[in-house]
Design a protein around this ligand. Structure first.
Ligand SMILES: [Zn+2]
Length: 136
């Protein structure tokens, strides 16, 4: 896509701190890191989000994410890592070229907020399970 910032990075039109690439994926440092080493993995083909990305491409993303995560761990010896992918504005997606975040964590860094549990009733849990199961 011509106006996609990640496609422009892949085309070399915008510089990035490249970490790794293979035939299908590309990994680089997030330009606005939440912690040291915060990195992104993207497919070389443009897909918007979780829902339009084919399963094989998603698998390639996760495979590369694992490889880069191992390197990050060796480099920084952090205490933990969040691996996440946002789909849609409500989830915090800002670049609509699917990407997986590798987010190193250190004890007490407070770099990401937690969530407040919604505390569903037993009946609500069952209804939620049934709705999802019926659609798999
Ligand atoms: Zn793109």
């Amino acid at each position: 896509m011509s106006d996609c910032i990640f496609c422009k990075i892949l085309a070399g039109e915008i510089p990035s701190y490249k970490l790794y690439e293979d035939e299908n994926t590309f990994a680089f440092l997030d330009a606005f890191p939440g912690t040291r080493g915060h990195s992104l993995v993207i497919p070389k083909t443009h897909y918007q989000d979780l829902f339009d990305t084919p399963e094989d491409v998603y698998s390639q993303l996760i495979s590369t994410a694992k490889k880069v995560a191992n390197a990050l761990k060796k480099a920084f010896q952090f205490d933990g890592m969040n691996l996440f992918q946002t789909t849609g504005k409500a989830a915090g997606q800002t670049v609509y070229h699917i990407h997986v975040h590798l987010f190193p964590r250190w004890m007490g860094d407070q770099a990401l907020g937690g969530w407040k549990p919604i505390q569903p009733s037993k009946k609500e849990f069952e209804k939620t399970r049934d709705l999802i199961s019926a659609n798999i």
